[in-house]
Design a protein around this ligand. Structure first.
Ligand SMILES: [Zn+2]
Length: 358
């Protein structure tokens, strides 16, 4: 009988813990492994190769607040080597420590925001850490030849409302200087959905917010709704991303896929997607609660749907239907600059509390 499974070390979990000056990445193993590590730039990554190590079914990823870490991925490489990749937002200054207990072993990677903290041990006044900047991609729905939904009474075009509200939201977010806003369109132009996502990825957005206004055949229906990508949408889209070689190379940077391990690629993608999904649900919850302070919301909670524009695998994304322009009263409200501003401020509050909780 083949005994290799019992001989290998097991990576049982990864924890990410953030302190004021350092972030600790903790690899939890059942014994001390041999390992090597290296750093890659553009984008910044920290890569660990654990010799003769496996990942058991009950593997846990515990991700705390992550001002430094964008995502974590792992994959089995050649002969028993497990590669763990931390995608980072800034240049890391890592320090690797390890601890041993009877049945447990931890490999602790302490990431210093600041090189001085690492090199000048004993320095009494460390420089204040650089403030982290969050990048928010605002996506005004529709545009150009695609007007979106149409209002019943005033003939309001959704594409105009979405741009107006996105601009007000941009202003509201400007209240904080640790937030940088990009817009997927600034004028009345048609932008393909995939191009909107690509723009957000290019700018390394921490959050993607798509703004829409709904229409429904029942004119009585009203209220704002908040959507995140449904599980189903996510998994079918993952398959599509995998089909595209260029996306694959981009997504799985740092891990070679030369040996056509499609299963492996799909595991990696699932991981970064599941972190993005839980963050999407979190920010959507904050925004949904904030919108309840402005007026009627539609539905009891954050909803899930397979919107194409929400399918960036690694950026927390939400879609806000600001209201139903098929409802005459709501169409009037949505055209009102004062109401647009109140909406924008509520959404901004939701985004602030999401970032503050990370
Ligand atoms: Zn729309």
């Amino acid at each position: 009988m083949w005994q290799a499974a019992s001989a290998a070390a097991e990576l049982q979990g990864i924890q990410i813990q953030t302190g004021p000056d350092t972030t600790e990445l903790i690899l939890e193993l059942d014994r001390s492994p041999e390992y090597t590590y290296f750093q890659l730039d553009n984008p910044h990554r920290l890569v660990f190769d654990l010799v003769d190590t496996q990942v058991p079914e009950q593997f846990r990823l515990v991700q705390g607040a992550t001002a430094l870490v964008r995502s974590v991925r792992y994959a089995r490489r050649t002969e028993g080597v497990l590669r763990v990749v931390f995608d980072l937002k800034t240049v890391p200054y890592p320090e690797v420590l390890s601890t041993d207990a009877a049945q447990a072993h931890q490999l602790i990677i302490r990431l210093h925001k600041n090189k001085d903290l690492l090199q000048k041990v004993g320095k009494t006044t460390p420089a204040p850490p650089e403030p982290h900047t969050w990048v928010v991609a605002l996506d005004p729905g529709h545009g150009g030849q695609d007007p979106g939904a149409l209002g019943k009474v005033y003939g309001t075009q959704e594409k105009r409302l979405t741009l107006q509200i996105a601009r007000r939201l941009q202003q509201a977010l400007a209240a904080r200087d640790d937030i940088r806003v990009i817009l997927t369109r600034r004028t009345d132009t048609y932008v393909r959905l995939r191009h909107r996502m690509a723009l957000a990825r290019q700018q390394q957005a921490d959050l993607f917010v798509s703004i829409h206004a709904d229409a429904f055949r029942d004119h009585r229906v009203q209220g704002a709704s908040v959507f995140v990508l449904s599980d189903k949408g996510a998994s079918s889209e993952a398959a599509r991303w995998l089909a595209e070689k260029e996306n694959q190379a981009d997504l799985i940077g740092g891990i070679s896929l030369e040996d056509k391990e499609d299963m492996l690629a799909s595991v990696l993608l699932d991981m970064s997607q599941s972190v993005a999904r839980s963050n999407s649900l979190s920010v959507a919850g904050h925004v949904f609660r904030a919108l309840q302070t402005v007026g009627k919301v539609h539905g009891q909670r954050v909803q899930q749907a397979a919107f194409l524009v929400l399918k960036a695998p690694d950026i927390p994304s939400l879609l806000i239907e600001t209201g139903f322009i098929s409802n005459p009263a709501e169409e009037r409200r949505l055209r009102d600059p004062g109401y647009q501003t109140r909406l924008a401020h509520a959404i901004a509050q939701g985004i602030f509390s999401y970032f503050d909780n990370r």
